[in-house]
Write a protein that binds this ligand. Structure first.
Ligand code: PLP
Length: 401
């Protein structure tokens, strides 16, 4: 029998919603035709894809429809990573005389590693830092953006801490120098209200598996009028902007997931935030020397990044795993040594705390009872690990953080 789990790792990936799964099912064994076909069996599926495109556009506030009623500002991709890469690639091709990308030190590797690659090809990459609260250094951003900047890329909500950036303000700074603005909204889409038009967004990335659609499907919003050079060249799919036969079932699933998220956005935000805030209050009251990263800042409602001083996040995760509790750590295992995450380092979280960071991320399928259970189990786990931590023994009487 499968073990019962408490899944608090929804920023890593989410369960496909049963309604989404049901909407996708006909497209495997019954409606499997190629949407580009002349015959009606395949060709009729193109209309279903257009419905999904409108559902994605609806979640993002992208109101433009062409003469046929299609939300042509949405391009389906294979994932959030592809959307991020494609946006930056398109901007650099749209204004080839500009050779600079401005982004932030806390972006996902989907942006950061692509920028590293661009830097090897001769582009200038400028990374803007954040302060101890995780907020972007807006003065440094203003200084960095200039007439050589093709695009500014800044995420909507951070995947590790949930901290939300002032994207409309950042977009205005980019536009003041004629640069494009891209936001990675992979974690934000479906969790907070997005209005691409009000926020002045040129490009916005979405990933299906973060909002209860399947893995392997994403979307990129591209404001109408932008000349878009595709990253994946091939057939005429996606109006010549993304080659490759459409992943029909997953596109339908993403559309359905976006429709569901849009219909329940405010209520889901409230429920997740209440659960998260209650959980954090319990931890703060019962465990000494912990820090909630970004506490008091505008954050994604279901994300909680907790630093437990003087212990390893991985040890906490292992003991939680024994109880069937799934969360993730703030460390990335690089070159065999456990380095604290680049996000926490950029925020200036001390090493002794950054190493002991655990991310709990919630979804609509979590319950307050589950969070109560985790909040009850954590204090003895932390006490036990600190008992065997030489670092804790040495530093426990020093000033906190
Ligand atoms: N951007 C952010 C902020 C993410 O959290 C992730 C995934 O964790 C990605 C991009 C990459 O998305 P995908 O897994 O769909 O490629």
């Amino acid at each position: 029998m499968e073990r019962q789990i408490i899944y608090l790792d929804n920023n890593a990936t989410t369960a496909v919603a049963p309604e989404v799964f049901a909407a996708m099912q006909p497209y495997f064994c019954e409606r499997y035709g190629n949407p580009s076909s002349i015959h009606r069996f395949g060709g009729s599926i193109a209309a279903d894809i257009e419905t999904a495109r409108c559902q994605v556009a609806g979640l993002l506030g992208a109101k433009f429809r062409d003469k046929e009623g299609c939300a042509t500002e949405i391009i389906f991709t294979s994932c959030g990573t592809e959307s991020d890469n494609a946006a930056i690639n398109a901007a650099l091709n749209a204004v080839p005389e500009r050779k600079k990308v401005v982004t932030t030190a806390v972006e996902h590797p989907a942006v950061l590693h692509y920028c590293e690659e661009l830097s090897r090809k001769g582009f200038t990459i400028e990374l803007i830092g954040v302060d101890r609260r995780g907020q972007l250094d807006m003065a440094a951003l203003k200084n960095a953006v200039d007439e050589n900047t093709a695009i500014v890329s800044a995420m909507w909500g951070n995947n590790e801490t949930g901290i939300i950036f002032p994207v409309a303000e950042i977009a205005a700074i980019a536009h003041s120098k004629g640069a494009y603005f891209h936001t990675d909204a992979v974690q934000a889409a479906g969790k907070v209200k997005i209005d691409v038009e009000a926020a002045g967004i040129d490009f916005l990335s979405v990933s299906g598996h973060k909002l209860h659609a399947p893995k392997g499907i994403g979307a990129l919003y591209v404001r109408r009028g932008i000349i878009f050079t595709p990253l994946i060249c091939g057939g005429h799919q996606e109006r010549n902007r993304r080659g490759g036969t459409e992943n029909t079932a997953s596109i339908i699933g993403l559309g359905k997931a976006c429709e569901m998220a849009a219909a329940n956005l405010d209520e889901e935000y409230r429920v997740l935030k209440n659960m998260r805030d209650g959980f954090e209050a319990k931890l703060l009251a019962s465990i000494p020397r912990i820090e909630i990263n970004g506490l008091g800042e505008d954050r994604l409602p279901g994300t909680s990044s907790v630093s437990f001083e003087s212990i390893e996040g991985e040890s906490i995760l292992m003991l939680l795993d024994v109880l069937g509790i799934c969360a993730s750590s703030g460390s990335a295992c690089t070159t065999g040594s456990l380095e604290p995450s680049h996000v926490l380092r950029a925020m200036g979280v001390p090493y002794s705390s950054a190493h002991g960071t655990v991310r709990f991320s919630l979804s609509r399928y979590n319950t307050p009872e589950e969070l109560d259970f985790v909040a009850e189990k954590l204090p003895p786990i932390i006490a036990r690990l600190r008992e065997i931590s030489p670092y804790w023994e040495e530093h426990r009487n020093e000033k906190q953080f």
